[in-house]
Design a protein around this ligand. Sequence first.
Ligand code: AMP
Ligand code: GLY
Length: 416
Amino acid sequence: MKQQNILIIGQGAREHALCQALAQSPSVAKLWASPGNPGIAELATLAPIQGVQEWVNLADEIQALTIVGPEVPLADGIIDALTTRGLLAVGPSQAGAKLESSKIYAKSVMTELAIPTARSQTVQSVEQLHRVVEREWSLPFVVKEDGLAQGKGVTVITEPAQWQDFLRRSPLSSGPFVVEEYLEGREVSVEVLTNGHQYVWLPTAADHKRLTADPKSPNTGGMGAYSPVPWLSDAECRIIDQRVLEPLVGFLSRNGIDYRGVLYVGLMMTAAGPYVLEFNARFGDPEAQVILPLIADDLYEWFSELAQGRLLKPQIALTGQKAVGLVLASDGYPEQPRVGRAIDIGRRVSGARIYYAGTTVVDGRLQSSGGRVLTTVGVGDDFDHARTIAYRQMAEIRLDGGMFRQDIAINLANHG
Ligand code: AMP
Ligand code: GLY
């Protein structure tokens, strides 16, 4: 069988989960990751480099199929650069990644396609935002920075003090912004693999975005997730297909936007149906950590076809199991994570997976080096089982000041 070298770009738990899924494929010759992390190092050869040109040169040298985890290199055009060199890659072109890298652009596409989303207004500066809000908006509302902001660019404003605080903290030079209506409901992440013309659904997932169970606690990159989402009905999925995915993929196809990767739609399920909060041009993190273990197909085969503009099959084969993931975060996350603290992984719980993120090895010892340190994942035939495994594994791990949420995927057992 012909084997292929693979290069995974990124250094989080999402990329660790991707490496683990690909390491199982008999078609993968050698796995590389860049920059990677100490967990990924157990599965792949790490290249300690950063930057689009450096990565393209490495992919060329090792003739790899490249899979890009994070949004920044996608927004910087890494896929265009790889494709120009004649290399295989999974991810959208820069034009496709703009669905994530500019909220203003995403909103304009949604408006053009009549995709349900919160009513919004675009402003260029903090002064204009101030004027528009005082004149036209009442609480609650949401302010979003236009560009990529690693989960920090969205401020939900429900009280006057939060608005005053937002204005105090925002430099006059900042902007543009989107200000939008506050939506109430439950959030869901729908991710599909698309070649820019057709798409297949990955298992649905739900992320816990707040730092704690308190809905007023800070927004984070994600503190835990579960998959699939038992409370999302088939009828709701059909609406998401018809109102969001079909028009959006049709738009990519009509406009010749090269998109061979993951398209992520963040939705609020409101009383009036699904509303789109955001698009991402990549796998979610921590969603990937709970979605990938549920795929029964050889992931390499999907990626290899996708890189060549094709879908492997009309549907992805799944194991039928459930997965729950818990994020271990550093003390002070998300504002000012305290790093450089020793991590003791403890006993490995049978059936649990540990995906590393903000970790490094100093003098042979594992230490924290970022806000989100790792994800523990439990996979089982029901959510209770999956959750128990994930929490048992988390209980083994020691990180001074480390915190994780106690309420991930609770009250789901009755739904299967
Ligand atoms: P986004 O990056 O646009 O998904 O926003 C990050 C988080 O902010 C979302 O996951 C929601 O929890 C929250 N959020 C964003 N937009 C809204 C909205 N219009 N109404 C309520 N919450 C929102
Ligand atoms: N978990 C949300 C994201 O990856 O953007």
